[in-house]
Design a protein around this ligand. Structure first.
Ligand code: FE2
Length: 396
């Protein structure tokens, strides 16, 4: 047994459940004027979610202004632009409304509203300046309308610097949301493909935080629970988006996986995906993970099969009597089945314009931009391993 030695820190209040958006009107808000951050697609206006949030904030005593330019792979330049707006409008808190990209952006904006310079001066990896933001951050409220990133329950924000093709995760104790609202009713309108992509992102957060060398008892419990919930309910939510019970289960799995990302961490599967979607921003994050996953976990489980058995068991497989290698193979088989059952088994890197000639560059980018996740991956993955993963994923 490894000695128990960990830090448990998850300071975000979570308001969870169908209809919970209404509770915003009764909350003690952390300020008087909100910068509401939404995506560029217009969907938050079309669905009426933005109007409801503006109204509930008013009921709770706060004015608001809206920043509506966030892209699906959010950009550092928009963080700086929105932070300038927050300052000029005297906003004293930030509300991220939407999927992971808008909530992540709201965290970075909250930091930059209180600190000088550019966002990238503070990013800790790649070409980031690595400065410490001594000014803290504005309080953050996260209202999630998808079940994917778990960002409502963790401090992480993933932002892309398009000029240098870097997509880097960053965060600190100030970037945990003050409170988050997870209302599965808001997720009923998520289209089929996006439900599959975001749900698989959640699945991999659970798997990776379970496998990471920095896992701890609470993250282990939640990660295995989330793996089981996704395996059972994601195919249902993809098949029938109006299935509120399945949506609610997936929403909880997503938030649970977010808590796991606060207590443990994702591993280098995410470094590889960030490299792919930094160069090919049209690759949805969840799709990128799915396309790399079978190859990645095949190579990793050859080197470190130990903890894959429990993941297979969480997916309903009887592993009694199996060797750890056989149990790891059973997990890979169950993973393939899950990907097929949510309708995205035929997606390939080449379909998104990824070329074999890029592999060397992508491998270097994974280490350069997100090398820290290789340090907590349960086996050493060197560049030849990463190239093997990319080749295997490409040729599948
Ligand atoms: Fe992710």
């Amino acid at each position: 047994m490894e000695p128990l030695n960990f830090t448990y820190y998850m300071p975000t209040k979570l308001l969870f459940g169908a209809g919970s958006l209404e509770k915003l009107a009764d909350q003690q808000l952390p300020g008087k004027k909100a910068l509401i951050v939404i995506g560029e697609s217009g969907i938050m206006r079309k669905t009426g979610y933005l109007g409801r949030v503006e109204g509930y904030l008013k009921d709770a005593g706060a004015d608001s202004v809206v920043f509506d330019k966030i892209k699906p792979n959010p950009l550092a330049s928009h963080v700086d632009e929105a932070a300038a707006l927050a300052r000029s409008e005297n906003c004293d808190f930030v509300v991220g409304l939407g999927g992971g990209s808008t909530i992540d952006s709201s965290k970075s904006i909250a930091v930059m509203a209180k600190n000088p310079g550019k966002y990238w001066d503070y990013v800790g990896n790649g070409s980031g300046g690595g400065k410490t933001p001594t000014g803290g951050a504005l309080p953050i409220i996260a209202i999630t309308t998808t079940a994917g990133t778990g960002t409502e329950a963790d401090p992480w924000t993933v932002i892309t610097k398009s000029e240098t093709n870097e997509k880097i995760g960053w965060g600190n104790e100030d970037t945990f949301p003050t409170f988050s609202i997870i209302d599965p009713e808001l997720m009923l309108s998520v289209p089929e493909k996006q439900t599959a992509y975001t749900g698989m992102d959640t699945f991999f957060h659970s798997v990776e935080t379970y496998l990471a060398t920095v896992h701890q008892p609470a993250s282990d419990h939640l990660a295995l629970e989330a793996v089981g919930i996704i395996n059972e309910n994601l195919p249902k939510a993809v098949k029938n988006g109006q299935d509120l019970e399945a949506r609610t289960q997936i929403a909880w799995a997503n938030t649970a996986a977010g808590i796991c990302q606060s207590l443990s961490s994702c591993i280098s599967h995410h470094s590889l995906e960030h490299a792919v979607s930094a160069y090919h921003p049209e690759v949805p994050h969840g799709a990128g993970l799915v396309m790399l996953s079978v190859a990645y976990f095949t190579v990793l489980s050859r080197k470190a099969p130990e903890r894959f058995g429990e993941l297979a068991r969480a997916m309903g497989i009887d592993i009694s009597g199996m060797s750890k290698e056989a149990a790891a193979e059973a997990f890979i088989k169950a993973l393939k089945k899950l990907i097929a059952s949510v309708g995205i088994a035929d997606e390939r890197l080449a379909d998104y314009g990824v070329k074999e000639s890029e592999f060397d560059n992508l491998a270097d980018n994974a280490y350069y931009a997100m090398g820290n996740l290789f340090d907590i991956t349960p086996a050493s993955l060197k560049k030849p391993d990463v190239l093997e993963i990319l080749q295997m994923a490409y040729s599948a």
